[in-house]
Design a protein around this ligand. Structure first.
Ligand SMILES: [Zn+2]
Length: 235
């Protein structure tokens, strides 16, 4: 075998400058779940297991506005006017976000898409391979949310049924009797939030179901069981 450049043989290899290729999104995930379904906890676990970064359009908007990017400036105009930020602006933000190096294998969308046109637009920039919908019966969510109260002094969180204080009206942690409920944690408000959620997500669920990527997960069980089902669905 002919060695062309023997002088190179014992020198260190030249470092190859990494080319920044456009992100190839292998498997983006969309996470659905009504308020109070434990979506936040599962989102963290999905991120840990898959390494996919979480993309929340709310966080992205706030970041773009405070960074003063051109899309951020555009978005701020609508926000200042009290208007919804148009889909094109959100999609532009997502397009920028998924080109970042940590998104090379895809991302996990949380809180997006909310409409079928948004889902269609998303399809144009990344491939959604799994939609995970955490489902919990409405009455169970009402029970979870409406029983919550917190300590006004130390912020400890309790639930009248699942995690009551040891002594009535007295915080276990700090002894304060300043125990508070949030005004919007009442049955009517929670039910109307849930109705809005169902109205919004059911056309999307159908749309993704027709594409064979929709996975319904029973969220009315132990946290670990839910995680395990999600990971099986993602596998
Ligand atoms: Zn306390």
């Amino acid at each position: 075998m002919e060695i062309l450049w023997p002088s190179m043989a014992f020198t260190t290899r030249p470092t190859v400058k990494m080319l920044m290729l456009p992100a190839i999104n292998m498997s983006s995930i969309v996470l659905f779940g009504p308020p109070g379904a434990g979506k936040g906890t599962q989102a963290l676990r999905i991120m840990e297991s898959t390494g996919l970064p979480q993309v929340s359009t709310g966080d992205m908007l706030r970041a773009a506005v405070s960074a003063g990017t051109s899309t951020g400036i555009e978005a701020k105009k609508y926000m200042d006017a009290g208007q919804l930020v148009p889909d094109e602006v959100i999609i532009a933000l997502i397009r920028d976000r998924i080109r970042e190096p940590d998104a090379v294998n895809g991302v996990m969308f949380d809180g997006f898409p909310r409409t079928v046109p948004q889902a269609e637009a998303l399809e144009g920039i990344t491939k959604v391979t799994h939609v995970i919908a955490i489902e919990v019966p409405d009455e169970r969510i009402v029970e979870r949310i409406c029983g919550r109260f917190t300590c006004g002094n130390c912020s400890a969180v309790y639930h009248e049924k699942f995690n009551p204080t040891k002594v009535e009206d007295r915080c276990d942690t700090c002894g304060s009797n300043d125990l508070r409920r949030r005004a919007d944690d009442n049955e009517n408000t929670v039910l109307s939030r849930l109705n809005a959620y169902h109205e919004q997500t059911s056309p999307l669920a159908d749309w993704y179901q027709a594409r064979g990527v929709f996975n319904k997960i029973d969220g009315d069980r132990a946290i670990d069981q839910i995680t395990s089902d999600i990971l099986i669905a993602l596998d």
